[in-house]
Design a protein around this ligand. Structure first.
Ligand SMILES: Cc1cc2nc3c(=O)[nH]c(=O)nc-3n(C[C@H](O)[C@H](O)[C@H](O)COP(=O)(O)O)c2cc1C
Length: 176
């Protein structure tokens, strides 16, 4: 091993599971952010944390409404998933600009994304300021999934996406 910088380390430690967090803004309009900084924090109860940059529109949304849905976008959703990780919802509606379809969730007011591999409905219980991001720690209150869409997205650094399924089949040539 040799000393490397954070960019080399991000690239070398890739891939990271790439998720989409849906939130609600102050007009109750849903927004979607691409996220690789998420983690499970507890098994019982099941809890998830997401780390959101303070300048993101999603941060504003989470300050307004303390719920999110964490979706694992399926391979077919690569183009729209990448859009949500590279464009801000400050001036555009990501459900209008993509082919994502919102579906009513069961336990939260935030919609889930139709066609995702897995979606966790989450209620925020704690916030931790960490550098230039806020960590939103949440209880998982409901889970959806689709066995037909097992292949979902992973990020390589912040440069591109690949997809993998539970058997380890990989698709490196996604179009988006
Ligand atoms: C692969 C990838 C991973 C990302 N992970 C995060 C993350 O974990 N936290 C974060 O705040 N932003 C992350 N981003 C950046 C946001 O998705 C991006 O800034 C987005 O435009 C913010 O949208 P918003 O302003 O509508 O919230 C990531 C982007 C990419 C492409």
């Amino acid at each position: 091993m040799k000393p490397i910088d954070r960019h080399e380390a991000f690239e070398l430690a890739s891939p990271f599971p790439y998720t989409l967090a849906v939130t609600l803004d102050e007009r109750e309009r849903p927004n979607i952010i691409g996220l690789s900084w998420w983690m499970f924090t507890s098994w019982s109860p099941l809890m998830i944390a997401i780390s959101v940059g303070r300048e993101r529109y999603s941060h504003k949304c989470l300050e307004h409404h303390k719920e999110f849905v964490l979706c694992f976008p399926s391979e077919e959703q690569a183009k729209d998933a990448w859009f949500c990780g590279t464009r801000s919802g400050k001036d555009l509606d990501k459900f209008q600009e993509t082919s994502f379809v919102p579906l009513k969730a069961k336990e939260v007011d935030v919609p889930i994304i139709e066609g995702a591999t897995v979606a966790y409905e989450c209620k925020v219980v704690r916030e931790v300021e960490t550098g230039d991001h806020t960590l939103y720690i949440a209880n998982v209150v409901n889970i959806h999934g689709d066995h037909e869409k097992a292949r979902h997205l992973y990020s390589i650094h912040y440069k591109r996406l690949i997809s993998l399924d539970t058997e380890g089949n990989v698709n490196l040539g996604l179009k988006y």
